[in-house]
Design a protein around this ligand. Sequence first.
Ligand SMILES: [Zn+2]
Length: 369
Amino acid sequence: MKFSDIDGNEEIKRKLIQTVLDQRVSHAQLFFGPEDSRKTALAIAYAQFINCTNKQGITREKEFTIYDLRFTIDAVNGIDSCGSCPSCIKYQKLIHPDLHFIFPVSTTKRVTKKPQSKHFIEDWRKFLLENNFNSGLQSWYEYIGIENKQGIINADDCNEIITTLSYKSYESDYKVMIIWMVEKLYYTAAPKILKILEEPPDKTLFILISEEPDQIIKTILSRTLMVKIPRSALSANATTEEETFHLEAFRNWMRLCFAGKIPDLITFASEITKAGREKQKEFLTYALKVVGYCATMNYSQKDPQGIEGEELTFIRNFSPYIASGNLVEFNTLLNDAIFHVERNAHTATLFLDLSLKIVRKFKPNFLPL
Ligand SMILES: [Zn+2]
C-alpha cells in the first residue's frame, strides 16, 4: 500500500511523511479514527514508506518545466514508497518478515482452543487485501466466523509480541508491530506489554490502531503518541486541491498534444505513471468530466452550471475542439484508458499511446516520427 493508493487524507499523509524526513518517528503511535477512516491503510502505507529502500520524490523538484509549461506533478506524485523494491513488494502482500500483526481473535470451528493471531494470519492478509484495508471489527469477526463471540487480544498474543520483538529484524531497518483494535486488549494481559511499549528494542515501531480510544487501557494509552485520522476519505479541501491540480495537468497535457510535443509527452507519460493507478484514474475521470462539459457547452451554447473561475475559462477555450465528431472518440479513448489502467496495463505506454491518438485528433495528418 503506497500513500498514493489512499484517496484524500493529504494532510495526514504529509504529516506522517514529515516525521520520516525529520527522523522523528515515534516508537509507539496510536492511529485512531472512526470506522470509515483509512487508519489501517495509512498505518501500512506509513510502515511501507519507512522501510522502502527506494523512497520516491525526496530529491525531486516540486515543480518543473517542460516546454514552456510549469508542471506541478508533485501534487499527485509527492513523496511516497516506490512500490517495487523488495521491501515494498513484500509489504504489499503483507508478507514482509519484519511486519507483524496482532488483532482480536476467538475460537472458531477451525481453531478450537488457545486462539492466537498467528493462527489466523492467512485469513488476516486476505481480509485486508480483499477489503482494501477498509473493513472494521465486525466484518473481521464475520470473516473468520467467530459468530456471536467477542474477539480479544489475549495474554498469549502479548507474549508473542515480546518474543517476536526480541529477535533481530530479518531484512529491514525497522521491525513493525501493528496492533489492530487495541481496545480489545484484555485488561489482565495488558501489563505484559507496558515495558516493551515504553522501551522497545532499537528500531521497533509500534502502530496501534483503534476505533474507540476511550476504551483503551489508560496505561497503554499514555505510552503512545496519538495520531487522529479523520473520517472522510476526501475532505472538501483535498477535493478542491486535487481538482485544481487535475485542471492544471489536463490543460498542460492538452497543450502538449495540440503542439505535438512528442518528447514532452513522453515525459508526461512517465511522470503520470509514478502517480499510481488511483491518481491516474482520477485524472482520466476528470478529463472525461471536462470533455462532457465542453460538449454541453457546444450543444447548449451556455456555460455549464456550477463551473467557474479558471476551469470555466479553460472549458470555454477548449470546447471548440470537442466538436460533435470528436466527442464520441474522446470519450471512447478516455474510457478505454480507464479500463486498461484498472487492468494493470503498462501505464507509461498507455498514456503515451493515448497522447499520440489525441495529437492526431488535433492534427489529423500528424506523423510523430
Ligand atoms: Zn520501495
